[in-house]
Design a binder for this molecule. Structure first.
Ligand code: GAR
Length: 234
């Protein structure tokens, strides 16, 4: 079944673009029913326009509370045709969503973070990692829970860090991988292959019952930095 999704953005929307591109290439079986931005002038909205995707700008500053803003998003998302069978994708959406929002889309909200969680949560994941001087950083796609950058991890990709490079340089290297792992995570959701077991997310091997990822079968050069490994087309 084609996965109905709503994408939330606050900025450039390059992750949104990677999702659009994989859908148009036919490797991601999803349909973007709505793009919402909470920031005026976010380039993500222009990207939606360019591809005739329904879009809304909902400014959180127009609402009296966090709950009221999330209620408005919920209504817009439901009206667009995304229900409990769909997924809400936080693609550079720089806001924490309320428990009410998470309850409405239980286990159906995913986020991408530009660091290897639980390290460097927050809004400056790339520069916090660069400033700390870590040798490896990366990105994480995870289910969203009530804590910031905290829910069960779906996929992580690691990149090496160079001494002295800043968050922008590291961030651009990480972003390239974000554009691969995020659509891949969505395709696993479309194929109903992700099973949440407490903090753990198990990936069902295609067409098989739930099993441990077969590490021995993976080519060494694909398993080094992305886990679970990317599949064909991603
Ligand atoms: C991405 O790097 C994403 O991981 C990050 O914002 C950027 C959005 O870029 N998200 C967070 O930091 C969330 N804590 P994009 O608008 O070009 O997709």
């Amino acid at each position: 079944m084609t996965l109905p999704i709503a994408v939330l953005v606050s900025g450039s929307g390059s992750n949104l673009q990677s999702i659009i591109d994989r859908i148009e290439e036919g490797v991601l079986d999803a349909e973007i029913k709505l793009v919402i931005s909470n920031k005026p002038g976010a380039y993500g909205i222009e990207r939606a326009q360019n591809h005739d995707i329904p879009h809304r700008v909902l400014l959180h500053t127009d609402y009296r509370s966090r709950e009221a803003f999330d209620e408005a998003m919920m209504e817009a998302i439901r009206e667009s045709g995304v229900d409990e069978t769909g997924v809400v994708v936080m693609a550079g959406f720089m806001r924490i969503v309320t428990p009410g929002f998470l309850k409405a889309f239980e286990h159906r909200v995913i986020n991408i973070h530009p660091a290897l969680l639980p390290s460097f949560a927050g809004v400056h994941g790339q520069s916090d990692a660069a400033d700390y001087g870590v040798k490896i950083s990366g990105c994480t796609v995870h289910f969203v829970d009530e804590e910031m950058d905290h829910g069960p991890v779906i996929i992580q990709a690691a990149v090496p860090c160079q001494a002295g490079e800043d968050g922008d340089v590291l961030g651009s290297r990480i972003l390239k991988l974000e554009h691969r792992v995020f659509p891949q995570a969505l395709q696993w959701l479309a194929e109903e292959r992700l099973v949440i077991e407490g903090r753990h997310v198990r990936l069902k091997v295609s067409g098989q019952p739930c099993a441990t990822q077969p590490m021995a079968d993976v080519q060494p050069n694909t398993c080094a930095l992305v886990w679970p490994p990317l599949e064909k087309g991603f």
